[in-house]
Design a protein around this ligand. Structure first.
Ligand code: ADP
Ligand code: MG
Length: 711
């Protein structure tokens, strides 16, 4: 029969209806699909030895004749044991299998076999325990005496079955079209696509397996990069308001900065300058401001906003939660309007700030915050009477029409997900495909992602990094508390509260279950408020509370009416309570290092020495290693790097949400490969943005972006 990549699996030899169903379930419909079902690791059975030479403990392959084979039933352990004696020229060894009595039907006395497995010691000497086996003389070995591919075994598809059925179609790799430009293959010393596919299934040796993996990982990362860079180009084809940073503006900004009660960090200055330079171009900025918790991102945002507002345009500032939006609103009011030494011009020139969330609409005027109906606020925005609109998703959801929006800021951008970010760029701002005037866009994130990684995950953005903390910040003392010392920690907390401080208690993250998370926080709250600290004020905050309720609790905490705030991870994003000095985290092992670091960043924001106490039930070595890293390091970027090493890239917030495909995800810790793919993609896009000379690559990219749901 004429086999091709398109041949439906039901037409392949030896695949019955039951297996067709199983394969369909995992999305394998054609021979080509089956060919692209890759193994995730190999059993190294490549060492073949004479039986007389095998050693205890090694994984080895031997070949010989079956001189005896029989099933034995052990009555005590109710187990079926198959025992065989295998002999070669010089030696003999016993092989033992458990609960596979059917083996005797395949492996008959006198047959020549190849066996691979671990050599163990049993009563009468060395033996092979549960070895892989195959009859000799049936051509190339498949399950023994080589690097044997191991596939994810889902839907009852065993690796053994997959190996046997992929082997006969692996020659179809020749039909797979090469899509990478020849010079890239040459420069990067890559396997041809067909060779990579052949070798990924049945590698000749370790090195070739590595090369095959590298080629396939290169492909995915390269396609991601191509996509990101072309998105960037596309974005830059739009127009944006060009804002000249003239002398007058420069003076105003300088006055504003001088009016602040502190000096900007160098990193803040550089980042603000990056942004001001971007504004001067007539194409839209798309920049990510990455900075550790407390590095002062908000201020960079406000300085940039001021540049735009003083040039006569509107600014939108979006945050992922109401609490955070309110805080930014308050911060904007405080910085722009409060009686600082060099107040901005009053009257005509005054900055008008408004807040719009799902539950409220307010604006600031003449020294006070006023309620206003949503409808009236929307009118004010449309007629240009509001300069800075701070808010939540409402900014996307409500039909907000600006008079002349020139700059949008998105805080904690990773919280919004790819879809919403796209929506910010398109719907909110009224941008469709094609040339338009769009606002400059600044995204901010406090989940530091190492730079190389950011180049992939946020490869469509320019990057500014706040890698420096404002001066005079104290180091937070972080301690892992043994369960036996819980009481001591509780007493310590009581002491802190006596001194006037406040405390956060974070309850463990419970996977995929808001309900359980809320319950555990509620139980913790009951315990603390009724038993441990019945004489103190304990508050509770969780994701199932209404925005108004959350606000009330936060307000109480800010006003010091609450001493101890028990919360789920909703507390995470940038809340600023300078009086809080203890962060206690239950179930610390459940969180990523970067996230723990974020929690820790909730304290130590004022003048008081602050503490972070970690509790965990986990006794695993990995947990210990991770929490030690947190104790040692106070640098979010370093911690993210550690998490990357220990738990892999999928655990980094922001990466997980990126929608990257598996191989690319797995390769994210390979900085070298990321660099290579980035460079090649940049070169290619610079030379041929539309990929018109590489139709096969263009085609592949199109399919790829569909598959991974970038679009
Ligand atoms: P984050 O980067 O986590 O969003 P914020 O912008 O909330 O941090 O800043 C944390 C606190 O530090 C705020 O109270 C802010 O006013 C203050 N801050 C910002 N920049 C500086 C600076 N250069 N020196 C001292 N304090 C600063
Ligand atoms: Mg912040």
């Amino acid at each position: 029969m004429n086999l091709s990549l398109k041949t439906p699996i039901e037409k392949l030899p030896l695949i019955g209806p039951a297996y067709v169903r199983k394969l369909h379930k995992v999305g394998v419909k054609t021979a080509g699909d089956l060919l692209f079902h890759f193994p995730f690791r190999y059993d190294d059975f490549s060492e073949v030895k004479k039986i007389s030479e095998v050693e205890l403990g090694e994984v080895v392959s031997v070949r010989g004749k079956i001189v005896d084979i029989q099933n034995i039933r052990t009555w005590k352990r109710k187990m079926n044991i198959t025992e065989a004696l295998i002999e070669d020229e010089k030696g003999a060894i016993k092989a033992v299998w458990f609960n596979q009595p059917f083996l005797v039907r395949n492996l008959k006395k006198g047959a020549n076999v190849s066996l691979s497995g671990k050599v163990v010691y049993a009563q009468e000497g060395l033996q092979l325990s549960n070895p892989s086996y195959e009859l000799l003389g049936s051509g190339q070995s498949l399950h023994t005496a080589r690097l044997v591919p191991v596939y994810h075994e889902t839907e009852g598809l065993s690796s053994k079955w997959l190996r046997a059925h992929i082997k006969p179609i692996v020659k179809l790799a020749d039909e797979v079209e090469e899509f990478l430009p020849a010079n890239i293959i040459k420069n990067q010393n890559l396997f041809l696509y067909s060779e990579a596919i052949r070798q990924i299934h049945f590698p000749d040796n370790e090195e070739k397996a590595g090369n095959a993996k590298r080629r396939l990982a290169f492909d995915e990362l390269f396609l991601v990069q191509l996509y990101m860079i072309s998105q960037k180009k596309k974005w830059e084809e739009n127009k944006a308001v060009k804002i000249r940073f003239n002398k007058k503006l420069e003076k105003e900004i300088k006055d504003f900065i001088d009016s602040l009660p502190f000096k900007l960090t160098d990193a803040q200055k550089i980042s603000s300058w990056n942004i001001i330079k971007d504004f001067e171009k007539n194409r839209p900025m798309n920049r990510l401001l990455e900075g550790d918790v407390g590095s002062g991102k908000t201020l960079v945002a406000l300085i940039s906003a001021l540049v735009v507002m003083r040039s006569g345009y509107q600014v939108a500032f979006m945050a992922p939660t109401e609490i955070l939006a309110r805080q930014h609103f308050a911060e904007a009011v405080r910085r722009f309007e409060s009686p600082h030494p060099n107040p901005l011009p009053k009257g005509e020139g005054v900055i008008k700030i408004a807040l719009l969330t799902g539950s409220e609409s307010k604006y600031y005027k003449d020294g006070e915050v006023k309620e206003i109906s949503k409808k009236k606020l929307l009118e004010k925005i449309e007629s240009g009477k509001i300069d800075l609109l701070v808010g939540t998703h409402s900014l996307i959801q409500e039909k907000v029409i600006f008079k002349n929006l020139a700059f949008s800021i998105v805080d904690e951008q990773h919280r919004f997900g790819i879809d919403q970010r796209a929506k910010i760029q398109t719907e909110v701002l009224g941008i469709e495909d094609g040339l338009k005037t769009v606002p400059h866009l600044l995204s901010m994130t406090a989940t530091p992602i190492p730079r190389t990684l950011a180049l992939t995950v946020y490869g469509d953005l320019d990057l500014s990094i706040l890698d420096e903390m404002p001066k005079g910040r104290q180091k937070i003392i972080t301690k892992l508390i043994a369960p036996a010392n819980r009481k001591l920690a509780y007493n310590f907390i009581r002491d802190q509260i006596k001194k006037g401080r406040q405390v956060f208690v974070i309850c463990p993250l419970i996977e995929e279950s808001d309900v359980l998370e809320v319950r555990s926080a509620t139980e913790e709250y009951e315990k603390l408020s009724k038993k441990i600290y019945s004489d103190l004020n304990v508050g509770l905050l969780h994701g199932k509370m209404k925005p108004k309720e959350k606000e009330e609790v936060m307000q109480k905490f800010i006003k010091k009416e609450i001493d101890i705030l028990v919360s789920t991870s909703v507390i995470e994003v940038g809340i600023d309570i300078p009086n809080a000095s203890v962060m206690l985290i239950e179930g610390a092992d459940r969180f990523g290092l970067a996230q723990l670091h974020q929690f820790r960043g909730r304290v130590g924001r004022g003048e008081y020495q602050s503490f972070c106490f970690l509790f965990t039930d986990s006794t695993s070595a990995t947990t210990a290693r991770r929490l030690k890293a947190l104790i040692k390091s106070n640098n979010g970027f370093e911690l993210a790097e550690q998490d990357l090493k220990i738990r892999g890239p999928g655990e980094l917030v922001g990466v997980r949400q990126s929608g990257l495909p598996d191989l690319a995800m797995a390769s994210l810790s390979d900085a070298q490969l990321i660099k290579c793919t980035r460079e090649e993609a940049e070169k290619l896009i610079d030379a041929d943005y539309k990929l018109s000379k590489y139709p096969k690559l263009a085609d592949k990219l199109k399919k790829f972006t569909k598959e991974v749901h970038f679009e």
